[in-house]
Design a protein around this ligand. Structure first.
Ligand code: S3P
Length: 177
């Protein structure tokens, strides 16, 4: 893969819960023969607790600190596909790291599509509320302007993870010539 040699920094996949950051990231890493890492998985391994338990035992602010710390530590190395958590875009300091250390790619989808992908999954603490779909819409409208700051935006609706990974490679090839 010609562009592999041109990606010396990292590719950060950003987007809302259910955007497909992890599944697309794994396929992309395989296709580009780069390392894959998932911030939430690293946080869980480091703490020996699920994301839900971290939120319930210590609160969201504590999780956000861990998220920033893990992002900083992962970003010491280059040549990786990094699947971030949906809230990584909330901190300016996280953006600074991602913009300095690589390329940001926003995996975009509408609230309805995202909701369909995540509605049966109870592992997302922010959605364990009385009206979770309302919450999805509320959070997404707050975060949309942040996600849109990504270097590359990829529409994910009606596309398989494989398809999305190929779209990303196409865009990267255009960017890197
Ligand atoms: C969050 C998204 C989750 C996880 C945590 C908070 C968010 O990751 O980091 O539950 O604020 O959107 P995914 O986007 O991988 O679900």
């Amino acid at each position: 893969m010609v562009i592999k040699n041109k990606i010396s920094k990292n590719i950060y996949l950003i987007g809302f819960m259910g955007a497909g950051k992890t599944s697309v990231g794994k396929i992309l890493a395989e296709k580009l023969q780069l390392e894959f890492c998932d911030l939430d998985e690293l946080i869980e391994a480091e703490c020996g607790k699920t994301i839900s338990s971290i939120f319930s035992d210590h609160g969201e602010a504590f999780f956000r600190e861990l998220e920033s710390k893990t992002l900083r530590s992962v970003s010491q190395n280059g040549g990786q596909i990094v699947a971030t958590g949906g809230g990584v875009v909330l901190r300016q300091s996280n953006w600074k790291i991602m913009k300095e250390e690589g390329i940001t790619i926003y995996l975009k989808a509408s609230p309805d599509v995202l909701w369909n992908r995540i509605k049966n999954d109870t592992s997302r603490p922010l959605l364990q509320v009385e009206k979770p779909f309302e919450k999805v819409r509320e959070l997404l409208s707050l975060r949309m302007p942040l996600y849109e700051k990504a270097d590359i935006v990829i529409e994910t609706e009606n596309k398989s993870p494989e398809n999305i990974a190929d779209n990303i490679i196409g865009q990267l090839s255009d960017s890197f010539g």
